[in-house]
Design a protein. Sequence first.
Length: 378
Amino acid sequence: MVKHKHICNKIIQLINYVGLFVAFITLGFVIDIITETATLQRKQFCYKPITFIHQNGIRVHWCTFFQKKQKLFFANDIYKTKSDNFHSVQFSNFNVKYSISGLDESFQVALPDKVSKFVVMTDIHTNNKFTSALGTDFDFMVFCGDQSNNGTINEFEHSFKNLPQKPVMMAMGNHDARGKFDQVMQRDVNFYQQVRNVGFYFIFIQKGTPVSDKKVDVAMQFLRDNIHLSAGVEHVFIVVHYPVYSTGYFGAHPYFSKSLEVFLDANTDKKIRSVFYGHDHNFAAFQRNNQYFFDTGVGGGNITLMNTTIKGKERQWPSDSLHGPLVPINDKCYGYEHHLDSWLLYSRTEVEIAVGKIVYHVRDLVRDTILKSYEQIL
């Protein structure tokens, strides 16, 4: 009897230990939830404000994790936003100093009277390693699309984290089109933007993986209908996500390439200097007449190896670089006679505008060195 009582006491003691252990684990789980929630509450903002070049001035854009009202302070004015995740305030000038409720620091952006240098990047894909190291030795930034993977707030947080306080313009990429990127851009996917003495046409031809010929037609019509908007500027550039000419994974879409060539040849004032694009995740440079075409390289996403394509191994690279005119194998190789150079590397394109010329520098982002420069005599 005593033995049975002893066993019962041991069982009761074990049950108490188990109960205490379960309670401890449960308490720890609850504490973790409370701590995580408190951290999220303290971290109100997804990223620092982004200043978009928009219409006739600057549009300040920012994002909060929770839907809430916000206040922006500019000079003696207070601008209030509605309860939302995405917030923006438009200013009709290019020099703005402001602060936002909940952020300790103030921000200032200013564009010079004449553009002398801008930076072009593409395919960030939520990796902010290289955008965080951009520096400030330029007037503004241009992104050629795929800043995100699925257009979510969490992805924007990673993509735009530590972006320098310089004005920005962005094209829509096929990955951006999957989510809420239109709430970041807040403008049509085809648009014209003048920046002092320079004009930019942004076009969009691809919502999914394949290019839409219908969207190509819409984009070409947009260019024809709006080319007059850049009549008063000195230099014009076109920005699109899908490549015009390609040595990369996806290859050219000849209907788009030929349609753009027809438009460029018909444009008599010849102020369109170059076309910037991405999507292929490698750098490539082409020159047709005196106009350049740059696949500006990958700025964060994975480098795509060029030994295969979607349809097989018909376009193999013999090394990690290609130089000079190439022999076309199929319609994906359209425009290979215009090819200058291609590299497999993380890169950006830096554009310097001087009197009588424009110089395009290809920067290797890993080594932080200029790989090559292309001089365009005007």
